[in-house]
Design a protein. Structure first.
Length: 326
């Protein structure tokens, strides 16, 4: 038996003992000993209200690091289970596979002591990278996907809406393109939590959109007004990347759509990440692990996850890591 945290239905999260899964003989799946699982705000939202891709009951957790019995080193998990054969998989866009299943959504995830996972979803850690930091490889990979979709180039000035954990990781992804990020964060309670990260990375965070011109904008927050603000801040030929889904409140005036037309702006989406994005993330993390350490606010056991979810939903904490092994 093993310890696990399973969501039975919205709001009902149970800490319990479950059988250790056994790899089927007919598949290339392996049993991962989970050492760390980072909590995502999406996990908290699934706990509160569910998700379009969530199949219940479910062990949550998709930001995962662990080890394999008898093999050296740690691995992180690319949580996508794609078909590997369709035009999207063949074209290097397996995150868009129509048959995609996601660990922690469609099948059990990392908030358990053991995890059954396809071997080809495992990516080895660079030797010097700490496993609790490496658990952040998946969200950083998603951020790298976003800057690639926005076609961020060297020297570009990029506006990031939101300075929570993802917004700050987005700034690292922008820096990796040798571009210049500026973040907008309206919350006066969140900005102090970014101090160590900003001092280490020289990131500028503003309470409102600066009166400057940017080549790209990316939303790491669900507020629809950031779309209008981003369009207004971009120069001709700029690109807005829809990274976070909007919350459904509000409407867009036709004048905003006309600005896209007159200034020949591009609107692109970014969803999840590919294996290549996660490999890129691990390389970046190995070069600059310090800023990622700054994003980790604390550690909780499986039994404490339910208590931290409300604070995550209200944006009151940065990244929280769940260690699974003593």
């Amino acid at each position: 038996m093993m310890k696990a945290l399973r969501l039975e239905s919205a709001g009902k999260l149970h800490f319990l003992d479950v059988p250790v899964p056994s790899p089927p003989e007919t598949t290339k799946e392996v049993l991962l000993k989970v050492t760390h699982c980072a909590l995502c705000r999406t996990d908290a939202k699934m706990w509160r209200e569910g998700h379009r891709d969530l199949v219940l009951p479910r062990v949550l957790g998709h930001e995962i690091c662990g080890t394999l019995e008898g093999e050296p080193g740690h691995h992180v998990v690319w949580p996508g289970l794609s078909c590997g054969e369709c035009q999207y998989c063949s074209g290097g866009m397996e995150n868009l596979c129509p048959s995609m299943k996601i660990i922690g959504f469609h099948r059990d995830g990392g908030l358990a002591e053991r995890l059954l996972v396809p071997r080809d979803c495992l990516l080895p850690l660079p030797p010097a990278l700490k496993p609790h930091v490496a658990a952040l490889a998946e969200p950083l990979g998603c951020c790298l996907n976003a800057v690639h979709q926005a076609k961020v180039q060297q020297g570009d000035r990029v506006l990031i809406f939101g300075a929570g954990p993802v917004g700050l990781m987005m700034s690292l992804a922008v820096r990796a393109m040798n571009a210049e990020p500026t973040a907008v964060e309206t919350s006066s309670t969140r900005r102090p939590k970014t101090k160590a990260f900003c001092e280490r990375t020289d990131l500028r965070i503003e309470p409102t959109v600066p009166r400057e011109t940017f080549q790209a904008a990316i939303n790491a927050t669900s507020s629809l007004e950031t779309f209008a603000q981003g369009i207004g801040a971009m120069g001709p030929g700029g690109s807005f990347c829809l990274f976070s889904g909007f919350d459904g409140r509000g409407a867009l005036p036709a004048s905003i759509l006309n600005e896209i037309h007159y200034r020949q702006l591009s609107i692109v989406g970014a969803y999840g990440c590919t294996r290549k994005n996660m490999k890129e993330a691990l390389e970046l993390m190995a070069l600059r692990p310090g800023p990622l350490e700054d994003l980790i606010e604390g550690f909780v056991g499986l039994e404490g996850v339910k208590e931290i979810f409300p604070a995550m939903l209200h944006g009151e904490v940065m990244k929280i890591i769940v260690p699974l092994q003593s």
